[in-house]
Write a protein of this length. Structure first.
Length: 411
């Protein structure tokens, strides 16, 4: 019997596969690829350029290339990029460029969610602007309020703050934001979580009507979109994390008990228009057991996992790719290698433990920008993971409806 083929898996099914044509437009670009810009291209003040080069920056990173010229024009920006790619300088450089040191007023407010990030951000601002005579102040909770009040009697051009502390200083009338024309929110997804969002909205109320808002985040949950729609004006959207977007993949969850999973899977098979599907389990043992169950239910099925001989895995993969079978049960260890355009349905029989695994699994459907469907079987113990993964990926996994529109996952 062929490896990866459960017992009694008849070959009477011939896959009627619809393989979408390859489209060059959907090739992902390397996030490290730059356009070859230089910092001089942005016509920055000579003193700012000196600070940039002294800090060791040679050329703008991708997020800096995308962000700096747009921010300099005064337009609102919504930028999505990974941590560690130069986000802080991407907003600090335009902020420093636009400060007028002849004005004794707070002209920019940089909001961050943690004290550590506030200190780090203010340090970057001070280093980049060391030749500009710009006064940067950092203020966070857990430090002396009296010291901050005394500091604000002197000139301050840029404030780097956590939301609670700056709101306290502003409502007391000590920190005046009526001439603060730029608001930067770094780690915007965290700043717009329920803990901070009411504070943020109050802070925005103290800013002048004509202001610029720059949002930077690794993920964009629904809260960020709501804030953008309410407060940003025609923002320029930058997304340097295409590999994290789940374009074209509709995601559902079904709450089930462990013992109901196979029955639920059987219902999905009977109701869905499956071109080809991949079903994920969290262990090698469960992969083989489930493949056997699916075959007993009368559906064609292969299985694959990392403990199989490489030659066997190659054969299963080759046969599945060529349409010899409609369904493949797989372990995670095989996730990244599967790139089959005919797969339009992914089912998480076992829900993954982390967002990276979820992304890689779900990314098996809807390849090359085509449509796909992801169905997650969720037990009581999975409910926290479901919420966590939604938050981390800035995506929405909806309850499964009684009927699923074919147009969502079939061309």
């Amino acid at each position: 019997m062929a490896p990866g083929v459960p017992p009694n898996s008849g070959d009477n099914w011939k896959a009627q596969l619809v393989v979408p044509p390859k489209d060059e437009r959907y090739r992902t670009e390397d996030v490290t690829a730059t356009k070859g810009n230089e910092f001089e291209d942005y016509f920055l003040k000579r003193e700012l350029l000196m600070g940039i080069y002294e800090k060791g920056f040679e050329r703008p990173s991708p997020i800096q290339e995308e962000s700096i010229p747009i921010a300099l024009t005064g337009r609102d920006v919504l930028a999505r990029a990974k941590n560690g790619t130069g986000k802080t300088a991407a907003f600090s450089i335009p902020v420093l460029e636009k400060v007028d040191i002849t004005k004794n007023a707070i002209q920019a407010l940089l909001l961050v969610p943690t004290r550590e990030l506030a200190l780090q951000t203010s340090q970057v601002c001070k280093e980049l602007g060391k030749h500009l005579n710009i006064q940067v102040m950092v203020t966070t909770g857990g430090t002396s309020l009296k010291d901050d009040i005394m500091r604000l009697y002197n000139t301050v051009h840029i404030v780097v703050a956590t939301p609670g502390r700056i709101l306290d200083l502003t409502t007391k009338g000590v920190a005046k934001l009526d001439q603060c024309n730029v608001l930067v929110m770094d780690e915007a997804d965290k700043l717009l979580s329920p803990e901070f969002q009411p504070l943020i909205e109050q802070i925005v109320g103290f800013l002048p009507r004509e202001r610029q808002i720059l949002l930077y985040s690794a993920t964009f949950p629904v809260t960020v979109k709501e804030f953008k729609d309410r407060f940003l004006r025609k923002p320029y959207v930058i997304n340097l994390m295409e590999e994290l977007t789940l374009k074209g993949v509709t995601q559902y969850y079904a709450f089930v008990e462990e013992k109901q999973k196979v029955h639920c899977l059987n219902t999905l098979f009977s109701k869905l228009q499956i071109n080809q599907s991949i079903i994920f389990c969290n262990s090698v043992n469960r992969v083989e057991l489930l493949a056997k169950k699916i075959t007993e239910l009368g559906y064609s099925c292969f299985y694959i996992h990392a403990k199989m001989l490489q030659s066997h895995r190659n054969r299963v993969f080759h046969d599945f790719r060529n349409g010899a079978c409609r369904n493949l049960v797989s372990s995670d260890l095989f996730t990244r290698g599967i790139d089959i355009q005919a797969v339009n349905v992914v089912i998480n029989f076992d829900f993954p433990k982390n967002s990276e695994t979820y992304l890689h699994r779900v990314g098996r459907s809807g390849r090359f920008g085509h449509l796909g469907l992801a169905v997650n079987l969720i037990t009581y113990d999975d409910r926290f993971n479901l919420y966590k993964i939604e938050q981390e990926l800035g995506t929405e996994i909806k309850p499964i409806p009684p009927t699923i529109e074919q147009s969502l996952y079939c061309r």
